[in-house]
Design a protein around this ligand. Sequence first.
Ligand SMILES: *Cc1c(COP(=O)(O)O)cnc(C)c1O
Length: 452
Amino acid sequence: MSFRPPLELALSAALRHLDSLNTTSVGATATLEALRTRLGMALADEGIAAEQVVAELLRDVEGGLIGSAGGRFFGWVIGGAVPSSLAADWLASTWDQNAGLYAAGPAAAVVEEVAGGWLKELLGLPAAASFAFVTGCQMAHTTCLAAARHAVLERRGWDVEQRGLFGAPSIRVVTSAERHGTIDRALRLLGMGRDCVVDIAADDQGRLQPAALEAALDDSPTIVLLQAGDLNIGAYDPFAELVPIAHRRGAWVHVDGAFGLWANASSRYRHLLAGVEAADSWATDGHKWLNVPYDSGYAFVADSVAHRAAMSYRASYLTHDEAARDQLDWTPEWSRRARGFATYAALRELGRRGVAELVERCCEHARAIVSGIGALPGAEVVWMPQINQGLVAFGDDARTDAVIAAILASGEAFFGGTTWRGRRSMRVSVCNWQTNGDDVRRAIAAAAKALL
Ligand SMILES: *Cc1c(COP(=O)(O)O)cnc(C)c1O
């Protein structure tokens, strides 16, 4: 058995895919039934040649891939991959390190250590904060909130790692009613259900107001959850005002900055994050705005002792290192992919200036798409982007959904829908390093055609 034939096939197919992103449909063209028929063969008793597996996979996924790696994808907040990060990701699979311990992958451990420091600098977070490279923002929330749970209960003399939540003082989680669903799931996984959440209404700009936060706080163990870039309009809570209020009441402040924390890389947008560095933990993604392949999220915790207490584990069969950084002390996973290589590569390829330009370019393209589509007859701007997120609508809810579907069917651009403040809107997210002026023009033209 040889690696060369399947890998050479994969390389040429990968390049063909990337080269064709500009000229093929950005939406899928195969039906669910077709994909099931093609891919759903019976599991054979005997295996086949590796290159045949790859060749048939390439054949069978035809039409079932979304063009989210390219510049015409504006659905959800999905980035692409800058070339070096894709290459580094391939190498992470090739090297197949188990990046749980320094002993199981020394270079992988050091790369994470280094890239973690770079990320803190770029995102404007305290140099002493601990961090974890996780699968995405969902697990970054889970990691940070486990540290938060540890800290707020420890202050009440309760050891949550030892005793669990059975009989523990209840924790209140005070947050915006317009938060991302990953917060609720993280709380669920940590044994803090929906009932512990106190929703506060955001203002018309999507921000929590100081007086509303003040009124929602009491002396219970409390986690305050703020947003740096909410999913619909990219709203930023006023951190400089809110964090001190929460801290005065002894609360832990966690920030969901899945994509919005990256605004810190640009001097043009950094003001949106003023005061965010005073929070206690932060969650963000690499696979969105930094444009590294899935899976890549980052958790940062100011109180590294709380972070480590929540995650670390010692077992006699593991080889822990005194001097090096064992990722297992900070991550929820045990065996894990050496996902730090892709981040390390992307940060080196882009540099500080490249990340800033990427952020600024995406914001400009988002504004151009929203204003261009919003100016079409029958269209309306619902939210002009402050960063890279905007909303447009096309008359009533049914018409808006129909126009979104028509644009998708054209294969020219991909947008998703959302219900924001009671109204169906088309969400415009620009997050891919490849999106350019031509993609913007094609998106607007596709909307114009769908509106005819
Ligand atoms: C995407 C997103 C998340 C979830 O991130 P995953 O990487 O998909 O887990 C959380 N919060 C916000 C604001 C997001 O945009």
